[in-house]
Design a protein around this ligand. Structure first.
Ligand code: IPE
Ligand code: IPE
Ligand code: MG
Length: 224
């Protein structure tokens, strides 16, 4: 039996907000608000446990194809999160990064994000917003146009995750068994958990069950 103890890096595809609201005959936006509340609970739990890096998928490059009012609501929730919640994280000495193309945000928001990303800490929360795994890889490749050969280490250094370790655990809530363009390069050896619970209902008990299972998983990395 192996003991992986606490994962260093946990990544989560937070899916199911819309269905959570629809089940209650509420607008999908209410589901997104409930989803943001759960971010605080799950984030606190994981950092208190000793996880160093947490990467959350909040808005994909494909999510622009949703109705404009839903997209606008998500953009506003994200901006509010940056203004109202991130300063508390920084106070707790947790670093904060946004992975994705942030150039569509207003200048004030962009400079806020850049300011946050200067915080140097061994713990960090990464929010993937306007993020796609394919665009991340294409962006990295384009940064090497003058090179004829690129090493794995060089490619890694051009990804948003840079020097962070790969996720040990990837969790997707909401019942779908797919990756939906998340961290395509980095999850090569992640332990993947697909959970039926919709994100706003995903509890620390369920999270702890996953971590207990992870702790006894035999991670072979191709060896025997
Ligand atoms: C995840 O919840 C949040 C985003 C993708 C923005 P969804 O909004 O995808 O919720 P469902 O999958 O429709 O229930
Ligand atoms: C994945 O959820 C993206 C996020 C959680 C941000 P989606 O709801 O967009 O994924 P699909 O459409 O079911 O693949
Ligand atoms: Mg979804």
């Amino acid at each position: 039996m192996k003991s992986n103890a606490i994962p260093k890096h946990v990544a989560i595809i937070m899916d199911g907000n819309g269905r959570w609201a629809e089940k209650r005959s509420l607008p999908r936006s209410v589901g997104h608000i409930a989803g943001v509340k759960n971010i605080d609970i799950i984030t606190d739990y994981l950092f208190n446990l000793g996880v160093n890096t947490l990467t959350l998928f909040a808005f994909s490059t494909e999510n622009w194809n949703r109705p404009i009012n839903e997209v606008d609501g998500l953009l506003l929730l994200f901006k509010n999160y940056l203004i109202e919640k991130v300063p508390d994280l920084i106070k707790k000495n947790i670093g904060f990064n946004v992975f994705g193309d942030i150039s569509f945000f207003d200048e004030e928001t962009q400079s806020l994000i850049q300011q946050y990303s200067l915080v140097n800490s061994d713990k960090c929360l990464n929010i993937c917003f306007n993020y796609g795994g394919r665009s991340e890889i294409i962006r990295a490749i384009n940064s090497f146009v003058d090179k004829s050969c690129v090493s794995e280490a060089e490619l890694r250094s051009a990804l948003y995750t840079k020097n962070l370790p790969d996720p040990d655990v990837l969790i997707r809530t909401g019942g779908e068994h797919r990756i939906s363009n998340f961290l395509l390069f980095q999850i090569a050896y992640s332990e993947i958990y697909f959970i039926d619970t919709l994100w706003p209902d995903f509890s620390t008990d369920e999270l702890q069950n996953i971590l207990n299972d992870y702790a006894i998983t035999d991670r072979r990395f191709g060896k025997i």
